[in-house]
Design a protein around this ligand. Sequence first.
Ligand code: ATP
Length: 364
Amino acid sequence: MTTIKVENLSKIFKKGKTEVRAVDNISIKIDSGLAFGVLGPSGHGKTTFLRLIAGLEEPTSGYIYFDDEVVSEPRRVVLGPEKRGIAMVFQNWALYPNMSVFDNIAFPLKLAKVPKDKIESKVKEVAEELGLAGVLNRYPKELSGGQMQRTAIARALVKDPKVLLLDEPFSNLDAQIRESARALVRKIQRERKLTTLIVSHDPADIFAIANKAGVIVHGKFAQIGTPTEIYEYPATDLIARLTGEINLLQAKVIENNAVISNLKIPLKNVELKGQNNVVVGIRPDDLSLSDTPLDKYVDVGTVKIKLVSYGAGIFKIVVSPVADESVDIIVDAEEPLEAGVETHLLVKIGKIKVFDQSGNNLLA
Ligand code: ATP
């Protein structure tokens, strides 16, 4: 399998007189057999980074190595995409509409002039792996979204690539099948030990598949770590938002508490550096509503229920501190509560994130 190494990689696009630094001096190693996930806001360089790795763009500066071989160098793609042993799956799947599923999957092997009987056995093997054996004679327009996507993955895998590159592979799928599609890609990646790069704006895609992840902001990795590290210890408030739903609340610091109206949140393991104002970050699933104490939670004060909605198996409850109804806090709950009711807001101990006014995490 292949280790991908990137050294001081930059890509600058020129738009008239202005320059866009899409990828800005990135150095990173993706170990052989691992799945690396790239998250980031729109337009910050995720796709450009992936296209550089694929050999579809030449770097403005810097190097890319596949194992010890230079595959891209400044202003030159040394080894083209077809010679890199990569397979790519894009958002739109790009199936050939006038070819059957069999022929779509077989296409890369035909291009490579693989003998007919070998093509037949290989296509059948991959179709089996991806649950497509029953639809090989169908055409793309006769497939469900999930089957189309699996056909695109099968076509990508049929040449036994060493590296898998995925760009927003699940965003065209219905929410219900997205989950199983992620699980399938994860299984294949782990079983085949494919060095994988997955790019998505959806943290759920990254968390389902990646062993390690990075967040690209303005063409640079703002944070790299395991998905859990990034989710639990986001380096900035922006990263906290990109990795999942979070309440970001302006608070005053009074005697080692973050005070939001009548709510008092104890600050532990925080280097306040003399700040009087902080932003407290709490994910909705780290909050609970209860009139009685709960183990592993701290009661931070009385809130009033404003709004209750239901979706994807949980209730989203919007509450406000009783003394200031302009502050909204979202709480995930298993049970609904009536709007207007007052109760206590409880925060899971150890899950509070604290940022300074510039958005930097203050956790020690
Ligand atoms: P999204 O999530 O919206 O796909 P992204 O993070 O993948 O965004 P890129 O597509 O890599 O971002 O784009 C990064 C920056 O480079 C953007 O400002 C984009 O407009 C610019 N860019 C990308 N490709 C080109 C190109 N071929 N020519 C000029 N500018 C480009």
